[in-house]
Ligand binder design. Structure first.
Ligand SMILES: Nc1ncnc2c1ncn2[C@@H]1O[C@H](COP(=O)(O)OP(=O)(O)OP(=O)(O)O)[C@@H](O)[C@H]1O
Length: 329
């Protein structure tokens, strides 16, 4: 069965135990999102907002408390090891740290051959040809296969990690902060590579990042997460140009400036500096929000089409803010 969505998360919640006497910690709280074929969805939020946990749930690395995960229409919420093995050819990941994600004791050729050995019956010549073609595709020289990870820079290792993720022609790649550990100039090259590969191979990406501008150009849609809840979601250009939620505005304002003096002036409080968590009944962001009024502390806002602004009522631009109409005015 084919569906328009390669991935669908329905009211997903993830909880972690904190000991016998303390109630479990809800890291992901009622998240619903979809990714279409060939689409990139950018998932942004500060450290601890639950982005990686969502990625880990999709990969089967974190257990689900409630809700559903559908991959190409099939329920994989509690898929067993066998289904996961089969899924691994269509669902892959690129992690943040290209230093720890490649085995230093294996040549790049051995690392890239691994998924082929598990999933495809190829002879040595065919395997070598597939590896050479993939290395070329990610912009690495042909002799890369005979060398070890330690012989490459961070950016080159991330290209190799991308090659490994693509060896089996996946349909969805979870990109978990794939450029955050790289220098700014290298970040742009790796982002361009990911964009080129997406076009060539009709890949879908769930692109996880702290900074909204990092995901803005690559993503068709952006989902903004705070304390495990979606604060805003919508077309990337609209969310960036007309952010509806005070938290999204704060994220955009917090983007580092190249000029250190200007940056000092712009820096917003970090989550760690924020007052204690809000009452569970209210908006998760109310305790940090300059616009919060009584209702924000009393009732959790529902994710709805934004009520004001140039794209008011647009079904695809949603925000969970009691004051969205007033703030847009
Ligand atoms: N295995 C675990 N056990 C307990 N708590 C966890 C576990 N994994 C994640 N958490 C907690 O869940 C919350 C969300 O973590 P997560 O790593 O998903 O956030 P994130 O938005 O990806 O942050 P970062 O950008 O720093 O990776 C954090 O408070 C984290 O401490």
């Amino acid at each position: 069965m084919t569906t328009p969505h390669i991935l669908e998360l329905c009211d997903l919640s993830v909880e972690f135990r904190q000991g016998r006497r303390t109630p479990p910690f809800r890291a992901v709280d009622g998240v619903s999102l979809t990714i279409g074929q060939g689409e990139t969805v950018g998932l942004v939020g500060e450290s601890g907002s639950g982005k990686s946990t969502i990625g880990r749930v999709v990969l089967g690395l974190s257990p689900v408390h409630s809700g559903q995960v559908l991959f190409d229409g099939a329920d994989i919420t509690r898929a067993g090891a066998r289904t996961r093995r089969t899924l691994s050819s269509s669902l892959q990941v690129v992690f943040q740290d290209p230093y720890s994600s490649l085995n230093p004791a294996r040549t790049i050729g051995q690392t890239l051959a691994e998924p082929l050995l598990v999933h495809e019956k190829l002879d040595r010549r065919q395997t070598a040809a597939r590896i050479a073609a993939m290395l070329e595709r990610v912009g690495m020289p042909a002799d890369t296969a005979n060398r070890y990870p330690g012989q490459f820079s961070g950016g080159q290792r991330q290209r190799i990690a991308i090659a490994r993720a693509l060896m089996l022609s996946p349909r969805l790649v979870i990109c978990d902060e794939p450029v955050s550990a790289l220098d700014l100039s290298i970040q742009a090259q790796v982002m361009n590579l990911l964009a080129d590969l997406q076009r060539e191979l009709s890949l879908s990406y769930l692109f996880i990042a702290h900074d909204l501008p990092v995901v803005r150009h690559l993503s068709q849609r952006i989902v903004v997460l705070y304390r495990g809840q979606i604060m805003e979601s919508g077309p990337a250009a609209q969310v960036y140009a007309e952010p509806a939620h005070p938290y999204t505005r704060m994220l955009i304002a917090a983007v580092p400036e190249p000029d250190p003096a200007a940056q000092r002036g712009r820096r917003t409080p970090r989550e760690a500096d924020a007052p204690k968590p809000p009452a569970p009944t209210g908006c998760a962001f109310a305790h940090r929000c300059a616009h919060a009024v009584a209702i924000c502390h009393a009732a959790r806002p529902v994710l709805l089409p934004r009520a004001g602004g140039p794209d008011a009522g647009a079904a695809e631009h949603l925000t969970a803010c009691h004051r969205s109409a007033e703030l847009a005015a």
